[in-house]
Design a protein around this ligand. Structure first.
Ligand code: GDP
Ligand code: MG
Length: 688
């Protein structure tokens, strides 16, 4: 044991986690003071355009917008950058709320869970649907806290585009980087909004530079701020060479004017803007051949004559190709710059049909949808959020779940408006809806109209696969890529107030798990206690809170523990013999194996066979060997935590006739444990 070493990898992540948790608890204290306990906040949601009273029919006109006019977008950011405030302003200007919500008062629309209001953070992403200048926008508010990265991943998959919100005084922050990479992974086109331009210390240039350096993205400056910090008054539209000034006497920012920049009144600003516009045109021309032809031909002499629309179309293409990102700025809190942000969302982010989803060709217009979130509603049962990629969905019809291989019935369709849901009779491709009635569908499932539709799509995929000689399994390609569920990092025991309440607790945990696959529930085999495993302290605290609020159960949590893993850092080869006589039977086995570290972050040991043994090993001996390896990896030598990232190679296995497979496993396990003990072992946290 002398050469065992303990060290923690990811120390940074651990400390940042504590930082977030501490930050949140101070926020909780602060906001608890403000919270008027149990008073539901008076908000009026009945101002939906076209909705007179509860007349569902009048919604017909707005439920099926043409697909080219749909934008499925998300807002992503570091905690506190202003996602929720920006969302609130967006909903207000689009006419869907009548008063401005304020995160600091805990009455925003998207942070609708009670805990979110108290803590002032966004936990569970809520989809919100609204219209802006003839466009239908489905907005998903994604959480920014590290404990909830699964939520972010899940949402990014259903988005066609995203707005990254930055605190202009801080530039790119840690969580923005994480989310930005996740968006890269899902190839989501983005625009950037530099928020908090009114804050002391806000710097447009600094924030733009940090986008360039930290995110390695090419910023397209579509706006320039007029003033910074306290002097921030409005923005310049670089594309149109216009200034946008907000009326200082308007308390909701609805009143602003757009004026062309003139040599007479704004010589300095005009000069800066013209330079910025010329730079923008050159930058876009570098990235887009079609635009380059136009610029070099007709307008090479004078860029000022180039119509704004031509430049906008080219920026749209560049944004879609993700070779650069448009950058806008403003102050959500001070109600400046949000309307142009909405215009930019409709202008530059793609419609669903502009995204290239390969699997769509196999459905030929049949229903294909993805269940991306399950919520539990006490009255209505499970509510499943769906993104529809092709075909249409109607209430009172059966659907087929490919992952679950089952057929279910949708009873009702709802249009999500934060915690308000509006019943609708039909939903078409490109949109997001909530379904009622699906009992077996879980997060990440692919939904089609029927089993035969799935088979037909599978046949088409197969034919296509043969043509292209692809090796992918066609059935798998029919499923929309699944969300990777990270391994839990923190755990603690949870106890009901009395044994009689155990079934209630089990039920509550089952519902919560279907909603949130990153929550795992285990039974401790030694104590028989229920163990909660989650992504962080805050995650577990929230679950505890929700069990109390939503299921009326006061539970007790044990001390929080960290789910460490152990790994070996060098390779060692060893031999072991087990010779035991039980009754009149002799069990004799000799094993020679080697353990070596692997970098794949695989939880289960990788098992390999040396060429010398591979041929003459019976299936039973193989299984016995593998069982032995698995059981040895269950507990490492340092803290008894599971051993991972290890590959085990069998070099020889000599078995005396009559030796039981249990004895083979025991010998293998003992040999491997001996090997692991003499290796250099490291303790770490798995945040994959
Ligand atoms: P989120 O965590 O990204 O959802 O951020 P919030 O919208 O909850 O905002 C975090 C804090 O920043 C709150 O105290 C807001 O009042 C404040 N905030 C949001 N937008 C602005 C802004 O444009 N300017 C300033 N000065 N503060 C802002
Ligand atoms: Mg928020």
């Amino acid at each position: 044991m002398s050469n065992l070493r303990i060290f923690a990898v990811n120390q940074k992540k651990i400390s940042s986690l504590h930082y977030f948790n501490n930050m949140c608890s101070s926020k909780i204290r602060a906001s608890l003071k403000r919270l008027k306990l149990h008073v539901l906040l008076g908000r009026n949601y009945s101002s939906l355009p076209g909705l007179i009273g509860n007349d569902i029919k009048s919604l017909h006109s707005i439920i099926n917008p043409p697909i080219a006019k749909i934008r499925n977008i998300g807002i992503m950011a570091h905690i506190d950058a202003g996602k929720t405030t920006t969302t609130e302003r967006i909903l207000y200007y689009s006419g869907y709320t009548r008063s401005l919500g304020d995160v600091d008062d805990g009455d925003t629309v998207t942070d609708f869970m009670a805990q979110e209001r108290e803590r002032g953070i966004t936990i569970q992403s809520a989809a919100v649907t609204f219209d802006w200048k003839g466009y239908r926008i489905n907005l998903i508010d994604t959480p920014g806290h590290v404990d909830f990265t699964l939520e972010v991943e899940r949402c990014l998959r259903v988005l066609d585009g995203a707005v990254a919100v930055f605190d202009a005084s801080a530039g790119v922050e840690a969580q923005t980087l994480t989310v930005w990479r996740q968006a890269d992974k899902h190839k989501v086109p983005r625009i950037c909004f530099l928020n908090k331009m009114d804050k002391i210390g806000a710097s447009f240039n600094y924030a733009v530079e940090s986008i360039r350096e930290k995110l390695k993205a090419k910023p397209l400056l579509l706006q320039l701020p007029i003033g910074e910090g306290k002097a921030f008054k409005g923005v310049v539209d670089v594309v149109r060479t216009e200034k946008l000034l907000w009326n200082p006497n308007s308390d909701d920012g609805k009143d602003f004017e757009r004026k062309p920049l003139l040599e007479m009144s704004d010589p300095k600003l005009l000069k800066e803007t013209t330079e910025a516009r010329n730079a923008l045109i050159e930058q876009v021309a570098d990235l887009d051949d079609e635009f380059a032809d136009l610029v070099l031909g007709e307008f090479s002499e004078n860029f000022d004559l180039l119509p704004a629309e031509k430049l906008q179309t080219a920026i749209h293409r560049v944004t879609l190709a993700q070779t650069a990102v448009p950058v806008l700025c403003g102050s959500a809190l001070k109600n400046k710059g949000v309307q142009p942000l909405l215009d930019a969302i409709t202008m530059y982010l793609p419609s669903p049909e502009e995204r290239n989803y390969e699997f769509l060709q196999w459905y030929k217009g049949d229903l294909c949808a993805l269940a991306f979130k399950v919520l539990h509603d006490k009255q209505r049962g499970p509510l499943v959020f769906m993104r529809i990629y092709s075909g249409m969905l109607k209430p009172q019809t059966a659907i087929h779940n490919i992952n679950g291989n089952c057929t279910e019935r949708v009873s009702r369709l709802l249009l999500p408006f934060a915690d308000q849901h509006i019943e609708i009779p039909l939903l078409t491709a490109g949109n997001i809806a909530l379904t009622v009635g699906l009992k077996h569908t879980a997060t990440g499932d692919t939904i089609v109209s029927s089993r035969s539709s799935a088979l037909a799509a599978s046949r088409r995929a197969k034919r296509e696969g043969e043509k292209k000689q692809k090796e992918n399994n066609e059935a798998e390609r029919l499923l929309l890529a699944g969300v990777e569920i990270p391994e839990p990092v923190f755990f603690c025991t949870i106890e009901p107030p009395s044994m009689a309440k155990q079934p209630d607790l089990d039920h509550a945990l089952k519902c919560l798990q279907r909603e949130d696959p990153s929550l795992k529930v285990k039974l401790d085999p030694d104590s028989g206690q229920t163990v909660l495993c989650g992504m962080g302290e805050l995650h577990i605290e929230i679950i505890h809170d929700r069990i109390k609020r939503e299921y009326g159960l006061e539970t007790y949590l044990g001390p929080l523990q960290v789910a460490y893993r152990e790994a070996i850092l060098n390779s060692i080869r060893a031999t072991d013999t087990l010779d035991r006589t039980l009754g009149d039977k002799r069990h004799l086995v000799t094993v020679e194996l080697e353990a070596k570290p692997v970098e794949t972050s695989s939880l289960l040991p990788v098992i390999e066979y040396a060429a010398s043994v591979a041929g003459d090993l019976s299936q039973a001996s193989r299984e016995a060997f593998e069982n032995g390896v698995h059981s040895a990896c269950l507990q490492g030598p340092l803290l008894g935590s599971p051993v991972q990232d290890v590959a085990v190679t069998l070099h020889s296995l000599v078995i005396h006739p009559g030796t039981s497979t249990t004895m083979i496993s025991a010998c293998v396990s003992r040999c491997l444990q001996k090997v692991i003990i003499v290796c250099v072992v490291a303790l770490f946290l798995n945040f994959s």
